[in-house]
Design a protein around this ligand. Structure first.
Ligand SMILES: Nc1ncnc2c1ncn2[C@@H]1O[C@H](COP(=O)(O)OP(=O)(O)OP(=O)(O)O)[C@@H](O)[C@H]1O
Ligand SMILES: [Mg+2]
Length: 575
């Protein structure tokens, strides 16, 4: 009996059923077909419908013959050499089915984008010769999420993407114009970006005086106690101290407020609070006695003395806050004296300027490297005390957002015809994003969550994009996740997390999700407005890997006992 070729036996809007007598007939160049392979379906016109195999089944006819039934999802048409998404315009009945040729698959992916926007970091899973470029403008213009269980390859993927981003150039120069800031919580990325501007607790300087009101309160006040005296005195001290430090310009002084990013001296604030704790009143007037016995009234003119002198309250009755600030004073003193907080409250933080802080984060590194600049700034957070992790991340994120805001403003002022929001746009990268922007309202996450959510909502207008990597997409703030437009979903085993990703897929491709638990390390589902089609890809290997490789346990365990230098570990621990 002569064999039939593969034929289409039914066509639905989002599904095509194909019957095949012998799978050998459907092979092209010896390639085996599998779920996920591409087929071409022709009609009488010149159009070719490209479909992707969703499942196989075998039917046995009454005569005992086997028949293969393939169900496939239409992806789009190739017409006049161009791929067009959507598959509802094939003439019925379709004539013939064949495996799509490599050329055709390349047409889908490679010819769908103009060369100048192509950004490539992966190939088709199962066929490394087919590159899967994304539209680089669309990819970086909106927020990106990389999700996957532990060991699925997120850190490597992140490294591959960023390494490609900093190395591509459209001219002959050393550094391109990419600006990447990476929050590295596990000290993994120094090895991946050896030329980066590397900042860790030993050289991190974050001025406390750049914190906004909320961050300042989280750091210095006992926010749970909700003590009004504490809050009012602290605000009063900070605002007045800022005024004293800013110089003589009355206009500038008038504009200063608790949130202004200008210097104030935290030790002077402490002195002020100590004095206020001693204040006394007589006939509603507060008076002070200084160390040489001079008495003076508490007024605007004298207020500067409260910051620098140890004063005695004079009067009969206790003033408003007398004695009520003891806990606050202890708290402030503990914070200021805690060596772990030196990067935030120490001498360097008092001396560093706003410009240098911003420049350092943006990669203007001066004589730290040969170029004087760096595309990537790696901020190693592993040594930052847990209590201030959230405000540290919040502060840096906010500074970058505000940089975008004011940069835009200044450029538009310079040229009212300006249409480009930012000509040096920035990517902020958060590893383990669920640690900074969780689906939780706990106060310890509040600052970072607020700053990052703001960027998620408004960053695009100012050239600030987020890249979030996480093991637990279902634990990331919804506000942020819903603002991501491009997703790299790696192996995911938890059903809750899978469902999260499933919602991103077009209905017709929902079942790609079933592949998620079986993806190999480095394999990912690439979805979003920068890719032609949701596609399972193999991410390219990165040039220099992050220090997150799998540990060869078994080989290590089988080798001879290794003596561990406990002394050395202790020294590191006690640093
Ligand atoms: N594109 C790739 N090709 C081949 N192997 C890869 C690829 N990406 C990652 N791997 C391998 O997978 C392992 C885990 O990778 P990686 O550290 O990136 O995972 P992860 O998702 O970041 O894990 P975690 O959530 O624990 O941080 C590494 O040993 C790495 O060599
Ligand atoms: Mg990782």
């Amino acid at each position: 009996m002569s064999k039939n070729q593969a034929e289409v036996i039914s066509v639905y809007p989002n599904r095509v059923k194909i019957s095949v007598d012998d799978l050998e007939d459907l092979k092209v160049a010896g390639e085996t077909l599998r779920v996920g392979s591409y087929l071409r379906v022709f009609d009488n016109d010149s159009a070719v419908l490209i479909v992707i195999i969703e499942n196989f089944s075998i039917e046995v006819t009454n005569e005992g013959e086997r028949k293969y039934i393939i169900e496939a999802i239409p992806l789009g048409l190739i017409k006049d050499d161009k791929f067009i998404r959507g598959g509802d315009s094939i003439a019925i009945p379709p004539k013939k089915v064949e495996p799509a040729s490599e050329e055709e698959i390349k047409k889908i992916f490679e010819n769908s984008l103009e060369d100048e926007v192509k950004f490539s970091f992966s190939s088709l899973s199962g066929n490394p010769s087919i590159n899967i470029p994304v539209d680089g403008n669309k990819f970086f213009n909106k927020h990106i999420a990389i999700v996957g269980s532990t060991g699925s390859g997120k850190s490597h993927t992140l490294s591959t993407i960023l390494q490609s981003a900093i190395s591509e150039k459209n001219g002959d120069f050393t550094l391109n114009n990419s600006h990447i800031i990476l929050f590295d919580i596990h000290s993994e990325y120094k090895s991946a970006f050896p030329d980066a501007n590397f900042i860790d607790i030993s050289n991190l300087t974050m001025p406390y005086w750049l914190l906004n009101s909320e961050e300042l309160e989280v750091l210095f006040l006992d926010t749970e106690a909700n003590d009004h005296n504490q809050r009012n005195i602290f605000r009063e001290a900070v605002v007045n101290n800022r005024k004293l430090k800013v110089g003589d310009d009355q206009v500038v002084k008038e504009k200063l407020h608790f949130d202004s990013p200008t210097f104030f001296d935290i030790d002077e604030v402490l002195q002020y609070v100590k004095n206020r704790n001693n204040e006394r009143k007589k006939d509603n007037i507060i008076k002070w006695k200084d160390s040489v016995g001079e008495v003076f009234e508490d007024n605007e003119e004298n207020i500067s003395r409260l910051f620098v002198e140890n004063l005695e309250g004079i009067g009969t009755s206790n003033g408003g806050v007398n004695g009520k600030l003891i806990n606050f004073i202890n708290r402030l003193e503990n914070k200021i004296n805690d060596k772990r907080f030196d990067f935030l409250l120490g001498k360097a933080s008092k001396e560093v300027s706003f410009e240098d802080t911003l420049k350092n984060i943006l990669g203007y590194v001066g004589d730290k490297n040969a170029h004087g600049n760096s595309n990537v700034t790696v901020i190693d957070l592993s040594g930052v005390p847990f209590e201030v992790l959230s405000i540290t991340v919040s502060l840096i994120s906010r500074i970058i957002f505000e940089y975008g805001y004011f940069y835009k403003k200044s450029r538009y002022q310079l040229d009212p015809q300006e249409t480009l929001n930012n000509d040096a746009p920035v990517l902020l990268v958060y590893e383990e994003a669920h640690k900074y922007v969780p689906n939780s309202d706990l106060s310890k996450y509040r600052s970072s969550k607020k700053s990052i959510e703001r960027i998620a909502k408004e960053g695009r207008k100012y050239g600030v994009t987020l890249l979030l990597a996480s093991q637990r997409p279902s634990e990331i703030s919804e506000t942020i996740f819903s603002q991501c437009n491009n997703f790299i979903a790696m192996r995911l085993t938890n059903p809750n997390d899978q469902n999260y990703v499933k919602r991103l897929l077009p209905d017709t491709m929902g079942n790609l999700i079933e592949k998620m638990p079986s993806l190999q390390a480095g394999e990912a589902l690439l979805v979003g407005d920068s890719v032609v089609l949701p596609t399972i890809v193999q991410i390219d290997k990165c040039h220099t890997p992050p220090s997150s490789n799998d540990i060869p346990y078994w080989q290590l365990w089988k080798s001879e006992w290794k003596d561990i230098d406990i002394e050395k570990i202790k020294n590191e621990w006690y640093k």
